[in-house]
Write a protein that binds this ligand. Structure first.
Ligand code: NAP
Length: 175
């Protein structure tokens, strides 16, 4: 089971513009790139806050034929919205979630944020690669890519220009 953290950030490391929910700051180049890569994953994971921000889009357009897993401290709240094998809610730890997905035959998982969930999985050692879209913008404030006191060394795998001023940086944790 391979887990790839997929995120778009400002040059100063924020995944949101100030306290604006969502990621409307991202470029056309990033949208095209996401449309290209997401079909290759067989499952994805995101946090409760990201789910609440983009609920309709996630239900209707985010990998609708694949398994989507929302991580929340109260999965029972979403019992009516859960569809086993398609849309699941869990409060399990990262290791348990990944172990469970692997045991069910899933092989390629996109970790789609937000910051709390990136941080949780990174700190648990459950991320194999980070695919970071770097947008040429500075925000000063916002939701951090990986909030908290962390120091996670990374190894650069590749760097590409997605078009215009937008870069794609791929890393792996240097364990
Ligand atoms: N630019 C990008 O690439 C990008 C990507 C994704 C998201 N975003 C944006 O980032 C923002 C959300 O980021 P965020 O960091 O505030 O929130 P988040 O990571 O999306 O979700 C946080 C939520 O995850 C659940 N959670 C956190 N720790 C947990 C734990 N240990 N066990 C179980 N559940 C846990 C809780 O859900 P409950 O409250 O349900 O318990 C918590 O409120 C949104 O505005 C979103 O649009 C941007």
């Amino acid at each position: 089971m391979k887990v790839v953290l997929v995120a778009a950030i400002s040059l100063d490391g924020f995944i949101t513009r100030h306290d604006e929910p969502g990621s409307n700051f991202t470029s056309e180049a990033d949208s095209r790139y996401l449309q290209e890569i997401l079909p290759h994953f067989d499952c994805c994971i995101f946090g409760g806050a990201s789910f609440r921000v983009a609920r309709t889009w996630m239900r209707q357009r985010l990998m609708p034929d694949k398994l989507r897993v929302a991580v929340t401290r109260s999965p029972e709240t979403y019992a009516d919205e859960a569809e086993p094998g398609r849309f699941e809610f869990t409060s399990d730890s990262p290791r348990k979630i990944i172990g469970n997905l692997g045991a069910r035959g899933y092989q390629f998982c996109a970790l789609l944020g937000g910051g709390q969930i990136y941080s949780l999985f990174l700190q648990a050692g459950c991320v194999d690669e980070l695919w970071i879209t770097l947008e040429a913008r500075l925000f000063g404030t916002g939701t951090a890519l990986c909030p908290g006191h962390v120091d996670i060394p990374l190894e650069l795998i590749s760097h590409d220009n997605l078009g215009g001023d937008t870069l794609l940086l791929k890393y792996r944790p240097n364990r």
